[in-house]
Design a protein around this ligand. Structure first.
Ligand code: B12
Length: 460
């Protein structure tokens, strides 16, 4: 057992746009839960907590408001644009707690023995670096461990430039304990260490003052190998949890904390759905849990049969997004998980279960390497003609993926190019095939078609 105090930090988002879609640092908080089981005292500064008490009344304004299902805008402060983005006509901002509040929160912490910082998108690294810089100046000599998505996908970059004392690649529950052993000269007994996700303690959500909505994971990893996606680089094997234990978790948070919105963050939620997701939904019905569910990560249309659609309607799924990505048959084959018919069938099933197609959002990828304007247009039009909402997902190149090689060989992009340029709002602007004009036209087209749907019109 240890009496050491570990401070967990979820840093800001530095970006040209950001929106809180039920964001919580699940990985960091799970590590927090594990550390607590091993006797560490933990505390948290979540720069992305929109309900942070210090935000209410800030500059005479109230804390940012939430929409109906718990999403909302972050507080933001404009920053000077970094050189790589000089010609991008957007504001570059720090989203989340104002810097002075972060500093006050750090100063309030008593005797911190180590700091654990997480990281999200690769192109958010500047927010991570700033948090590390401030921690170093306010808590000199305290060891800093950095992990998370950026640290895993761009480990060399993080080692070279972040300033963290330890950079961790991949899942961090055990590695964090091992490093802390090293730091404190301790020797943890790992004989009872949970190997399965189900045996891990719950994420340390109790560290928040206010919990309105939560992400939930029923699995880790992904059995698919889509060439644009990094999931397999983050977690190498696909593991699904016991659906009844996931239901226990939802029941616990909805009863103990009155959480009303749960967003699934799985990469592949519907794999083996009859034995997995449907079992979870039946549990929710049986236990009469009254909450609302959301799937911001796209669902696989192929798995969405009529029985599942009915279960989703009964258990109050409100935000439903489907992964379609492209109308190009070659690309569909490459991804191996969706065809036009799959999408049409899933929409028909959802409609029969009582959903209005216009509320179902369908992801359309734009800006993929070598993707033609024609392919993007055909995909956008196909979704519109199917009566569903177009949700544009602009491509973000990710180091280590199959498409990364293609990006480097086809575009003016090198391994040492600034990661800021991999931002999904910026990369398409810079690609010769798309460029700012076409990108804007695609967005405009999607907006026009979605507006037409809202007015009950379909443009053929
Ligand atoms: C949920 C999710 C989202 C959510 C929100 C995520 C967020 N926090 O902002 C939503 C739906 C909003 C989203 C949006 C997008 N996403 Co996304 N998303 C994910 C997803 C599926 C899960 C992330 C997650 O939380 N995992 C769960 C936790 C448990 O894992 P974890 O945080 O990694 O933590 C573990 C380890 O990293 C480590 N660890 C973490 N912190 C620390 C700290 C320390 C000290 C240590 C030791 C260890 C450690 O231990 C943890 C537990 O083992 C990932 C894919 C994936 N499998 O990770 C993609 C992913 C991060 N997203 C990605 C992409 C492309 C996008 C979009 C650009 C898609 C689009 N075109 O619109 C947008 C961009 C949004 C934006 N504003 O820029 C890419 C990354 C892109 C990049 N360049 O970085 C990923 C990797 C998927 C992919 N396609 O490859 N996303």
């Amino acid at each position: 057992m240890s009496d050491k105090h570990i401070l967990l930090i979820n840093p800001w988002i530095y970006d040209v746009a950001a929106y809180d879609l039920w964001i919580k640092p699940v990985g960091l908080l799970t590590i927090g839960g594990v550390l607590r089981e091993y006797g560490y005292k933990i505390s948290l500064i979540d720069c992305l907590d929109r309900y942070h008490p210090a935000l209410s009344g800030l500059n005479g304004k109230c804390a940012p408001k939430s929409k109906k299902y718990g999403t909302g805008k972050f507080y933001r402060q404009k920053l000077e644009k970094p050189p790589a983005l000089k010609d991008v006509p957007r504001y570059y901002c720090r989203y989340g707690l104002p810097l002075d509040i972060f500093i006050q929160e750090l100063e309030k912490q008593s005797s911190v023995d180590a700091v654990l910082i997480t990281s999200g998108m690769t192109y958010w690294y500047q927010g991570v670096f700033k948090a590390i810089e401030v921690v170093k100046s306010k808590l000199p000599g305290v060891p800093i461990l950095l992990g998370g998505i950026y640290a895993t996908l761009c480990t060399e970059h993080a080692i070279a430039f972040s300033g963290a004392d330890y950079v961790v690649k991949g899942l961090g529950e055990k590695k964090a304990l091992e490093i802390l052993d090293d730091v404190f000269g301790a020797k943890t007994d790992f004989s009872a260490f949970p190997e399965k996700q189900d045996d891990m303690p719950l994420p340390a959500y109790d560290l928040y003052d206010h919990l309105a909505s939560l992400p939930i994971l029923t699995s880790r990893g992904c059995p698919f190998r889509c060439p644009f996606c990094a999931s397999h680089l983050l977690v190498d094997k696909f593991e699904q949890r016991d659906p009844k234990k996931v239901a226990d978790e939802v029941e616990y948070y909805s009863k103990a904390y009155s959480v009303k919105n749960f967003a699934f963050w799985d990469d592949a939620l519907l794999v083996n759905q009859k034995q997995h997701f449907s079992v979870f939904l039946k549990e929710i019905l049986k236990r009469r849990i009254e909450t609302t569910f959301h799937t911001p990560n796209g669902l696989q249309p192929r798995e969405l049969d009529s029985e599942l659609a009915v279960l989703m309607a009964k258990t109050q799924f409100r935000t439903i997004r489907l992964s379609y990505e492209s109308a190009d048959p070659r690309r569909q084959k490459e991804m191996g998980k969706v065809s036009d018919d799959d999408l049409l069938c899933a929409l028909a099933n959802l409609e029969s279960a009582g959903y209005d197609r216009r509320q179902i959002e369908v992801y359309v990828m734009i800006g993929l390497p070598e993707q033609s304007v024609d392919e993007m247009m055909r995909t956008i039009l196909f979704v519109h003609r199917a009566g569903a909402r177009i949700s544009l997902a602009s491509y973000s190149p990710i180091p280590g993926t199959a498409y990364w090689q293609l990006v480097k060989s086809k575009y003016d992009y090198r391994d040492d190019s600034d990661l800021l340029l991999t931002n999904n709002s910026i990369f398409p602007l810079k690609t010769p095939r798309i460029g700012a004009d076409t990108f804007e036209k695609m967005k405009q087209l999607a907006r026009t078609l979605n507006n037409a749907l809202d007015q009950g019109k379909q443009i053929s």
